[in-house]
Design a protein around this ligand. Sequence first.
Ligand code: RB5
Length: 149
Amino acid sequence: MTQSIKTVAIASDHGGYAMKQFIIKKLKEDGWQVVDYGTDSEKSVDYPDYIHPLASDVNIGNFPLGIILCGSGNGAQMTANKYENVRAALCWNTEQAILSRQHNNANIISLPGRFVTMEDAWKMVYLFLNTSFEGGRHQQRVDKISNLR
Ligand code: RB5
């Protein structure tokens, strides 16, 4: 089932749990429906167990956009980018969040839960969700990402 554009999926491990809960609150205040893939506490877990289900659903078009978090943002991003139709962008600031949409047509934002503030994380998510892909020369480049040698 394809979700409406105002529905977004979110997942984290324990390193991103507190930030995930904060972002869910802000998203709901902003009128978004949120599908939460867990984790559900700060108990130590393995990030692929939570990122794979979300990335798989974005990959098959069940959600247009997703948000993932772990301590550094790296493991979550690496896991999500295993999927052919996923372009997950690790973002540390608002400029990166905007460019990931404008230039890369990123469909998942990966956030480092232990290295950015809650407010900065929300600003990044807000801009990610409200910025469009520019297409044109960037479409040509995105099309080449899967051209493995
Ligand atoms: C968990 O300690 C940490 O390794 C994880 O959240 C993430 O940063 C991995 O990339």
